[in-house]
Design a protein around this ligand. Sequence first.
Ligand SMILES: Nc1ncnc2c1ncn2[C@@H]1O[C@H](COP(=O)(O)OP(=O)(O)OP(=O)(O)O)[C@@H](O)[C@H]1O
Length: 328
Amino acid sequence: MIEAKNLTKRYGDRVAVDDLSFTVEPGRVTGFLGPNGAGKSTTMRLILGLDRPHRGDATIDGKHYRDLPRPLQTVGALLEARAIHTGRSAYNHLLCLAQTQGVGKKRIDEVIRLVGLDEVAKKRAGGFSLGMGQRLGIAVALLGDPDVLILDEPVNGLDPEGIVWIRTLMKRLAADGRTVFVSSHLMNEMAVTADHLIVIGKGKLIADCSTEEFIERSTEEIVAVRSPDAERLAAAIGEDGGKAELGDDGLLSVREMEAARIGELAAAGGLVLHELTPKRGSLEEAFMELTRDSVEYGGGGTAPEAPQVEPGTPMPEMPAAEPQEDPR
Ligand SMILES: Nc1ncnc2c1ncn2[C@@H]1O[C@H](COP(=O)(O)OP(=O)(O)OP(=O)(O)O)[C@@H](O)[C@H]1O
């Protein structure tokens, strides 16, 4: 289990991680989602003791990383910037790490097979493609057979087959009872990989809920209705518990009512229908909407706009869909 409590990290006057608290439970894949610059990598570095927080605390199985007696056997990490000795073969790279951590040679062969690098294990890692380098990074993370895995954007550089492979691997590791904490800035990727989501924007917690709940809330169904009797139809929908909004283009957007019911109401009132189309918003759009106010545009300083929520709380209501001023 990973626990972050009031984690705060500043770089100069920029707050990279802002009073962040959450728990990453074992037995499920937890997606750590946020736009570029949201503070995901910094948070992971703080958990791994590679950086010191200005405030707050991060522990793995109740201990600070530096106090873990056998770190490689407790937590495996894949960070975005990997330091691989390019002159060494993949096998020798793993061997060096294994020797310093008391991991046997048998495990090296196992992880090489697990990540599908068997055929190139004796080749120089310097000649590896981005995807192969990523697989080697995952082999390093798995070397000590750890119970906790922290993976920063692991699908970066992987081809479609590689993406499916890492997705399956993460699910399998979680099914074994491990804690799998994986970052991404891609909502759609996390939707099919993660069981639980921790969403951040500008270092602050935006949502901490199951992926199912996130999807359900984010992709509310709206029925687009066109009718020459739009105003009367809107009134009938309102009386029956739906929410109809008439746009300037004459299109009715109906929430909280199914298309079939709208059709029935129209028929009962003798109202003509020209169009009746159920539409579900895309998840990626919903994520962009949710994090819009906290997307970084390179400006300095802090941004207090991101909504604050307690850890474990479900996702807040989606922000209103009116266009806002571009913060640039
Ligand atoms: N070593 C550093 N020195 C100064 N600023 C930093 C440093 N590391 C991160 N930052 C800043 O902290 C903020 C969070 O960065 P971080 O890399 O943690 O975000 P991220 O969510 O991982 O983004 P990405 O997906 O782009 O990697 C950004 O504003 C970034 O510029």
